[in-house]
Design a protein around this ligand. Structure first.
Ligand code: ASP
Length: 464
């Protein structure tokens, strides 16, 4: 069985087992001791620990991967005009797709009216965290301390720093070439770590989803069925139809290839609910399965994982209409335009971590004068929607990456057209060495055989 099939199977098994545990622990006939065992030792113990280790291992790779792939990628783009064009196209497309997402969401929500007939809860208590202002978001892009940016996982700042180094490399002659070679080797290494991580992915995905579904309150879904189904339906529509249409319209590439090759990435996005944690997997799939050259993917994917959140914007559009309807507030055309603008901007400032969409929703609601406490009404179903919208978010990143790369002639068609490219077989993802690269030991043996010292000879005193 390929690794993709194993991951997808683990996903289904996790959802099923989690739902069974959820039903079992809430059943009246369940002995208290057994319920305690399931809650404490299984859900809160084993599955929690395995799941958290899995997410932590994914996150561990994010900063090094973004950094090394961007430094090399941006330096390989060659001239600055090209780099500028790619950056502009990428950012433009990210904003464009998010704008479309929230506009579609508002249009459908205003037709379906998910909040009509919903009773205003007696007390709604949601304390909004302070969302960052737009000015802070813009100033915050420049890292005053790049090491702190890496330590805190501030992706936008890491991206800016890496781009600047990449740019400097192109102007630094020999020294630049040497540094770039080092980073290229480093990238091979980190990608190997991504492959190693994939091997434990089925267990991680299984543990995460079992825990999540064991703890989900399904009752909330019944109460909020109309809201839930509206968001869910638009997410699926955007993920499958809109992206396909954009890919076809902009560059004429077949969407079926994109959707087919993104399956395993969806499993990661769905189970971690974090586009940032899924980033290493998205990058690997976009480069090695879809054939986007690292020079473009290394820029578009880390940037997208941070600034492009179409799924989140969709939820925010529907949630705004829902809350307005429950509170009996009419939204004017101006309000709707403000929602489109704020939701698009908010997605730039938010990091791709679980539940962040709800925090920035406060920003959108405030913009149109709606009560932020309204968020309390939709919290119950947000965890489940978060999984789906994260999958949409990463699909958006891959779509834009593919479009920009194709516009620049940076898609390797032999990889794109090969359904089995980098398919997750034990061979591709083995932890054995890369057959094409001699290992460190082999290099030493080779050097010894050639009688060549590995290190450069020491300079004689006074020599240069
Ligand atoms: N969890 C989403 C992501 O990481 C963000 C959100 O909508 O909360 O892409």
């Amino acid at each position: 069985m390929t690794l993709t099939s194993r991951i997808l199977l683990a996903m289904v098994a996790g959802i099923l087992l989690g739902s069974v545990l959820n039903l079992a622990t809430s059943a009246s006939f369940m002995p208290e001791a057994l319920e305690g065992f399931i809650d404490t030792w299984l859900v809160g113990g084993l599955f929690d620990v395995v799941g958290r280790i899995f997410v932590a291992s994914l996150k561990m790779l994010v900063v090094p991967l973004v950094f090394v792939s961007l430094v090399c990628g941006s330096s390989q783009l060659g001239n600055n005009a090209r780099m500028g064009r790619i950056a502009l196209r990428t950012i433009g497309l990210y904003l464009f797709t998010t704008g479309i997402a929230v506009t579609v969401a508002l249009t459908i929500a205003l037709t379906v009216n998910p909040g009509m007939g919903v009773e205003l809860p007696g007390e709604a208590n949601f304390v909004a965290k302070q969302a960052p202002s737009i000015a802070d978001v813009i100033v915050g892009i420049v890292p005053s301390n790049p090491i702190a940016a890496m330590a805190n996982g501030n992706m936008l700042q890491v991206i800016v720093f890496a781009l600047l180094i990449g740019f400097a490399i192109t102007r630094a002659g020999e020294a630049g070439t040497r540094i770039c070679r080092f980073f290229q080797d480093f990238e091979v290494l980190i990608m190997k770590m991504v492959a190693m991580l994939m091997l434990i992915a089925p267990y991680g995905v299984f543990a995460l989803l079992t825990k999540l579904f064991a703890q989900l309150g399904f009752g909330a879904i019944v109460d909020l069925a109309k809201y839930f189904l509206t968001v869910f339906g638009i997410l699926v529509f955007h993920g499958l139809v809109i992206y396909s249409a954009l890919l076809k319209a902009f560059v004429g590439l077949p969407p079926s290839v994109l959707l087919y090759k993104m399956r395993s990435v969806w499993a990661f996005a769905f189970s971690t609910s974090s586009s940032a944690a899924t980033m290493p997997i998205t990058l690997r799939a976009v480069e090695r399965r879809l054939g986007v050259k690292p020079s473009v993917a290394g820029f578009t994917i880390p940037l997208g994982a941070t600034v492009n959140m179409d799924g989140t914007a969709i939820m925010q559009g529907v949630a705004t209409v829902f809350i307005a309807q429950v509170y009996g507030v009419d939204l004017s055309m101006g309000d709707l335009a403000a929602v489109v603008l704020t939701a698009t901007m908010a997605s730039i400032g938010a990091a791709g971590v679980p539940g962040v969409g709800l925090i920035t929703l406060a920003l959108v609601l405030e913009q149109v004068g709606l009560p932020v406490e309204g968020i309390a009404m939709i919290i119950g179903v947000d965890r489940l929607l978060d999984m789906v919208r994260t999958a949409v978010n990463v699909t958006g990143d891959a779509t834009v990456s593919l479009i920009v790369a194709e516009l620049e002639g940076q898609v390797d068609k032999s990889v794109f057209g090969d359904w089995h490219a980098d398919v997750m077989t034990a061979e591709n993802y083995s932890t054995d060495g890369d057959p094409e690269r001699p290992t460190f030991l082999e290099q030493i043996e080779e050097a010894e055989a050639d009688d060549e010292p590995l290190r450069p000879p020491r300079r004689a005193a006074g020599d240069g």
